[in-house]
Design a protein around this ligand. Structure first.
Ligand SMILES: *Cc1c(COP(=O)(O)O)cnc(C)c1O
Length: 365
């Protein structure tokens, strides 16, 4: 490895995961969601790998994220759906980004764009109460969007929403609400080619939510959105291995304490190693005294508090030397702890574990 902190990104795993999900889902279109720097994997790396795996759309939250992909020379269709209330839409329209629209104000501003007719996708509210037009607005908004499209002011390419994944019944209600939105759009004379509702969870387990396109985020990275199935159970391979190397080895006597607040003390003579990764790098502090890492072919426990830059691991009498590789998480098929393990140790979810890997960690693919 090249640095003391690195996230090795397996682009072929991302391509494999997209291809595997496409084969299972069978929708006409597949959007790979690469927001938040590709869930921490590197947005450009993730986008290129996902396109190689058969994705034909890319999804991001912010316009800036879409522009970063365009600047890297990626010309695939891109949808950005979460906007600063004072966002300047011109760079996005000029770069050919599709814009997810959730308010009348956004609709009117984009219709007035001097950069030409923008391609938009109307977001509708179906239960999450995040963004999207509420049902009482649908008739009016669809009529207005149809009018603007007839006038050549914009093009309505999609209608979409998002599931809560709270329960089968909640998602079924959301599918019904979405069907009502599509009927309202048709009633207003809008024939939209892209109707989409499902993210990874809905795509894999709710055929009635697939429509024309599925938006796949976590699955691209080889991780599962489900509590009752691992990535491997879904035929996916984790794309990120978070690695470091042993910075120091020391022997301690019984009673020796470790790290801030001395929350752990040795009960017998043992050997401790220092790992130069901390919560600034995304190692969850909540996993202090609970996590495990792989060193020299097996897993060893983290002792004491995880600090900003470092944590301590108890290796007992294992043969470990300064400079030996440490794997914090990676593919459990290789014996490494997984992002799911770190999620369990920190009362979180695998999404947060990979997305929070910090800027000091070099991404290598
Ligand atoms: C993040 C996001 C997704 C991707 O969700 P996953 O669970 O990671 O597949 C899809 N759609 C929207 C609107 C999102 O915000």
């Amino acid at each position: 490895m090249s640095g003391i902190r690195e996230a090795v990104i397996d682009a072929s795993a991302i391509a494999h995961n997209v291809a595997a999900i496409r084969a299972a889902v069978g929708t006409a279109h597949t959007m790979a969601v690469v927001k938040a720097d590709g869930y921490g994997h590197g947005a450009v790396t993730a986008a290129r790998a996902a396109l190689a795996g058969g994705a034909d759309w890319l999804g991001v939250a912010d316009i800036a994220e879409g522009l970063e992909l365009r600047a890297a020379g990626i010309d695939a269709p891109i949808l950005a759906w979460l906007h600063d209330p004072f966002a300047d839409f011109e760079p996005a329209v000029a770069a050919g980004l599709d814009l997810g629209i959730s308010t009348r104000e956004q609709l009117e501003r984009i219709a007035a764009s001097p950069s030409g007719a923008a391609s938009i996708q109307l977001k509708v509210e179906t239960g999450l109460n995040r963004n999207g037009f509420a049902e009482y607005d649908w008739d009016e908004v669809f009529a207005r969007a149809a009018r603007l499209q007839r006038d050549g002011a914009l093009r309505v390419r999609g209608v979409f929403s998002h599931l809560s994944n709270a329960s089968d019944a909640d998602d079924a209600r959301a599918v019904q609400a979405f069907e009502r939105a599509l009927a309202a759009a048709r009633g207003a004379g809008l024939e939209v080619p892209l109707r989409h509702l499902a993210s990874t969870a809905g795509a894999l387990r709710r055929p009635d939510a697939r429509f024309d396109l599925v938006r796949i985020g976590i699955g691209c990275y080889g991780l599962s959105p489900f509590g009752d199935a691992s990535g491997a159970d879904l035929g996916l391979r984790p794309a990120m291995t978070l690695r470091s190397r042993v910075a120091l080895v020391r022997e301690v006597e019984p009673g020796a304490g470790v790290s801030y607040d001395l929350t752990w003390r040795a009960e017998q003579p043992t050997r401790l190693v220092l790992v130069p990764l901390g919560y600034a790098d995304g190692i969850p502090r909540a996993a202090s005294g609970r996590g495990e890492v792989w060193i020299g072919g097996r897993r060893h426990p983290v002792r004491g508090r995880i600090a900003m830059d470092q944590f301590v691991v108890d290796i007992g009498d294992a043969e470990v030397a300064v400079g030996d590789p440490v794997v914090v998480f990676g593919d459990p098929a290789e014996g490494y702890p997984s992002a799911d393990d770190w999620a369990a140790w920190s009362d979180s979810i695998n999404y947060e574990v990979v997305t929070r890997v910090g800027p000091r960690v070099a991404r290598r693919s």
